[in-house]
Design a protein around this ligand. Structure first.
Ligand SMILES: Cc1ncc(COP(=O)(O)O)c(C=O)c1O
Length: 458
């Protein structure tokens, strides 16, 4: 543990933060600096010593909880052996062991694991694997990528081109050609005007219509989060992925399931597609792989995808992409130690068992007039705010109820995050969160929503 910061140190840190550090997605003008100084389990502490429940596990990442010394020890031990070595045709023991371990946790023949460092990079890599796959198979015309409304896959250019949240796209146009948006399986706001239970899963059938429109000979890949996360925590109806899988198979379209948030247990199964159905050809994963102790991500490919990259040297079929730090031994050591904790402490089972407790607790918030929907699975939930439950109209930015609730909860010691364009709170705590801490999250949100409702005259 570091020494406590003096008032002088705090002042200097806050000044340097505002003067020199440029954080992502952040308006710096008028920013009140928040500096996290230490963390343990599901609790983070700021530089003033105030404690918060980390109800968002950093960014749905620190699944095993903060302060796990065995991950740190594993990294230190690995650094003593070899801290850095590239993977261009060569490898190191922790990266090999990690790839085998990840493949072991994936169902079916998702046996080939490409390591990288962040979720966006994993998505970028998966898209490039898909494009080269079709070229290697002599079908280079199948270059089109379908992505979904409200998707979030990261901020690299490929991922931004597959971005379904308008605000994250417009400023970066023109984006890459060949990316086509399709509707999302968002039952609370069905784009086809249907009600779940009384619909024909139009959201899945739309994939077939769009493939027919663009021509299967041009469509190579469908990319989707198994459960939309940043777009508002939107679990799909159970029929969605199996139907999309069938449609893609029939049209020779690769499916990439983005499990950057849901991979490694958050949904209550190791991977969310195990419960939502479908049979991805490629799976991207990141956050839970090393619980954020070091940057680590991966893409897993099914056997038939991998086979398309094998050939004689002169054929040049190998995947022509990679980066210096991929397969970094320290990151892989952190990933292995993290997965060992998840296995030993049966944290995926814990997530599945604790999930209903969190979801039921949050559902009590539906009594509030401004809470339109509460949804989720395992230890990931979304709370959607509306001006009126009847019209489902969102608050205008000037009223921004969800942001006010977030700030009120923060003042009461609970971190939640705004998503989906600012109308949804996500709750995604570390898997080690206790029942009492969940009760506190629910109580604080209840109080905070009440305060905001009174301010807004409800
Ligand atoms: C589903 C999904 N894919 C990709 C990413 C990008 O990951 P990263 O921020 O590590 O680049 C995110 C980030 O939240 C995500 O939620």
């Amino acid at each position: 543990m570091t020494e406590p910061f003096s008032d002088h140190d705090i002042g200097a840190l806050e000044r340097d933060f505002l003067d020199h550090l440029w954080p992502p997605f952040t308006q710096m003008q008028g920013l009140k600096p928040i500096i996290i100084e230490s963390a343990q389990g599901a609790i983070v502490r700021d530089i003033h010593g105030k404690e918060y429940i980390d109800a968002f596990a950093s960014l749905w990442t620190v699944n095993v909880g903060h302060g796990r010394t065995e991950i740190i020890d594993a990294v230190v031990a690995q650094a003593a052996d070899v801290a850095c070595y590239h993977m261009f045709g060569i490898a190191n023991p922790p990266s090999i062991e990690l790839a085998a371990k990840v493949a072991g946790h994936l169902p079916g023949d998702l046996d080939h694991v490409f390591l990288c460092l962040g979720g966006g990079e994993a998505v970028e890599t998966a898209l490039k694997i898909a494009r080269q796959y079709w070229r290697n198979k002599g079908k280079g015309a199948k270059y089109m990528v379908f992505y979904r409304d409200r998707s979030y896959h990261g901020t690299t250019f490929g991922a931004t081109s597959a971005q379904g949240l308008a605000l994250n796209r417009h400023k970066f146009e023109p984006l890459l050609p060949g990316f086509v948006k399709i509707g999302a399986p968002y039952c609370y706001r069905c784009a086809w005007g249907k009600t779940y239970g009384d619909c024909a899963i139009e959201c899945a059938k739309a994939v077939e219509l769009e493939i027919a429109f663009y021509g299967a000979e041009n469509v190579g890949t469908l990319l989707g989060e198994t459960m939309i996360g940043t777009g508002g925590v939107i679990p799909p109806p159970p029929e969605y992925w199996p139907l999309v899988g069938e449609i893609c198979k029939a049209n020779d379209v690769l499916v990439i399931n983005d499990e950057v948030i849901t991979g490694f247990g958050r949904s209550g199964t190791w991977f969310a597609f195990e419960q939502f159905g479908g049979r991805p050809d490629l799976v991207t994963m990141a956050k839970g792989l090393a619980s954020g102790y070091l940057p680590l991500a991966a893409v897993a490919a099914r056997e038939h995808v991998y086979q398309a990259f094998l050939g004689e040297a002169a054929e040049m079929k190998q995947f022509m992409s990679g980066a210096t730090f991929q397969g970094h031994p320290l990151c892989s050591a952190a990933g292995l130690a993290n997965l060992a904790i998840i296995e030993r402490e049966k944290l995926v089972d814990r997530c599945r068992e604790l999930g209903p407790y969190l979801q039921d607790g949050l559902k009590t918030l539906l009594k509030h007039p401004i809470v339109g929907d509460v949804r989720g699975v395992g230890l990931v939930a979304g709370i959607e705010y509306v001006q009126s439950k009847q019209t489902k109209e969102w608050f205008p930015p000037s009223a921004a109820a969800a942001a006010k609730v977030r700030d009120a909860a923060f003042a009461r010691g609970v971190f939640v995050r705004l998503l989906g364009g600012g109308h949804v709170h996500a709750v995604a705590p570390p898997f080690v969160i206790s029942h009492e801490q969940i009760d506190t999250i629910v109580r604080v949100l209840d109080e905070s929503i009440g305060v905001v409702e009174r301010q807004l005259g409800y």
